[in-house]
Design a binder for this molecule. Sequence first.
Ligand SMILES: [Zn+2]
Length: 152
Amino acid sequence: MSNDYSVSGNVDGWCTKCKLLLAHTIIAMANNMPVKVKCNTCNSSHKFRPKQSGISKPRAAKPKSSARKVKTQEANYNDYMSRLTDYDLTRVKIYSMDGSYKKDEIIEHFKFGVGIVLSLIPTNKIEMLFKDGPRVLVHNTVLGPNQNYLAT
Ligand SMILES: [Zn+2]
């Protein structure tokens, strides 16, 4: 069975892009085993992997650093919020793409929650700090006219 492999032949292997066990075309061989293969589904070439590998590794490495990051982000966020609003959220604006916002404004996003405008990015973007971290959103964007132009 292991001697059936040959260059340009087919072999089942793990595709790192499709994240599935799929048929691959063998590009290069070493010691009667495929070393480099091309996925027949997405056409990407990569090292031959007989099955899914290395998935427990990144998963185990991640939580530590991201948990710490979230903590400082949250502290940062709380710091900003208390300084700018004194936890008075009655003046919070509701985020909308066609709105126009200024630095230090407090805006409520339907999905990300209440955030602070950190800075304006030319020409129509704002960098905002939400509880789970910074995000770039658009503003000053009027959809109506553009859509009309596209339609005609
Ligand atoms: Zn693939």
